[in-house]
Design a protein around this ligand. Structure first.
Ligand SMILES: Nc1ncnc2c1ncn2[C@@H]1O[C@H](COP(=O)(O)OP(=O)(O)OP(=O)(O)O)[C@@H](O)[C@H]1O
Ligand SMILES: [Mg+2]
Length: 361
């Protein structure tokens, strides 16, 4: 049997656990065709949650669009259109004829996945500009919304703020404001970028209700993990604290425990062995990133990973031979590079495994 603890792929169906309240809340919003912004720290489970919420929910046409790697407004529009054929679960021929009727300027062709052989639809978009593509997409979904409730989930939504030559949010506002059967769900993890898209006077201000995703509930984690491992609740709590609640790192530890010690009683020692295996495997990648830091940035990163909140004490600055000013400017530089993050004016390293590596290295 494959591992019940995915840590690199999305959790779904029998590997997904907990989140009952969140699923209920999201469905309530979708039911009313209201809009949501779901945000959290990285790797807590936003993408898994939204996919699981609408898995097998036949009453919705669930369109999922991940825009993490867009570099232009055209990329954004292309992603939207490409996500549409994938949203249908029924026969590809039927989807072909349905979408062909809806699209005026887009031709569809069949393609086969070279590995699985699975047939899917590919929209031909080379001749179309941004405005045309956006219009085609929204005309199509508005037409579909006459017959069925639609959920359009745009993941890593903060990326639209990186596109400087046009205001994608202002364009989206025009469509979002039209009341119909569509619920828009925006997901993202870079809080400051996401905030700026929904703040006062921004085009999307008050267009969606924020929902902060918290870490998984410890009781839910225990209920699931103890089905597959001989583990105590205390140890589940211990792992939760060790990982600062980061779902992905917890799942990775459980995966290794499951692979190596499925039949054993899990102890702190086995947890530490598993964590060590993870950090060792990631170490060379982290080292490459770390080596791109300036000397002062290296010091600032080390201090932050080891001492968290108390980073400006005289003793520390003296020990690391760095001034308060240099420390501050180095942290700012690391923030710009998205190595570290800030919440309520407190710096932190969002990748818990990287932070642990920094504590130890
Ligand atoms: N409810 C859950 N049950 C089991 N595993 C989960 C759950 N939520 C998340 N995971 C696991 O944790 C990992 C991270 O989840 P996911 O990618 O959904 O998080 P995310 O918040 O979208 O992360 P990112 O910030 O990188 O986009 C995944 O491997 C996923 O399988
Ligand atoms: Mg995600």
């Amino acid at each position: 049997m494959s591992s019940p603890f995915p840590y690199e792929t999305f959790a779904s169906d029998d590997t997904f656990y907990g989140r009952i309240k969140e699923i209920h809340k999201i469905l309530n919003f979708a039911e009313q065709s209201n809009n949501l912004v779901i945000y959290s720290k990285r790797r807590l489970g936003k993408s898994s949650l939204i996919k699981e919420t609408f898995r097998d929910k036949k009453e919705y046409l669930f369109i999922y669009c991940d825009i993490f790697d867009i570099a232009s407004k055209e990329d954004f529009a292309r992603k939207l259109i490409n996500s549409l054929p994938k949203a249908f679960t029924y026969d590809v021929k039927k989807v072909f004829s349905q979408l062909n009727k809806l699209f005026k300027r887009i031709n569809l062709s069949y393609t086969a996945d070279p590995i699985s052989g699975k047939i899917s639809l590919k929209p031909e978009l080379t001749a179309l500009g941004y405005d045309d593509m956006i219009e085609e997409f929204f005309t199509a979904i508005f037409e579909l919304a006459k017959k069925q409730k639609i959920v359009l989930a745009i993941d890593e939504f903060q990326e639209i703020s990186q596109i400087k030559d046009t205001k994608i949010d202002a364009r989206l506002r025009e469509y979002i404001q039209i009341k119909n059967n569509i619920s828009y769900i925006f997901l993202g993890s870079k809080r400051h970028m996401l905030n700026s898209l929904f703040e006062y006077k921004a085009p999307l201000f008050e267009q969606a209700t924020p929902l902060l995703l918290e870490p998984l509930d410890i009781e839910d984690i225990y209920k699931f993990t103890s089905k597959h491992l001989n583990i105590s609740k205390e140890l589940v709590e211990y792992i939760f604290d060790l990982c600062a609640g980061e779902t992905k790192l917890m799942q990775h530890i459980y995966h290794i425990l499951y692979q190596n010690y499925k039949r054993k009683e899990i102890s702190q020692e086995l947890v530490h062995l598993s964590l060590k295996e993870i950090i060792n495997a990631k170490s060379s990648a982290y080292k490459i990133i770390y080596d791109t830091f300036s000397l002062n940035q290296k010091k600032a990163f080390k201090i932050l990973s080891k001492y968290k909140k108390n980073i400006y004490t005289k003793e520390l600055l003296y020990e690391y031979n760095i001034s308060k000013d240099s420390m501050q400017s180095s942290l700012k530089a690391l923030y710009k590079r998205e190595i570290i993050d800030k919440e309520d004016d407190i710096w932190f390293i969002p990748d818990r495994a990287f932070e642990i590596w920094g504590e130890r290295f």
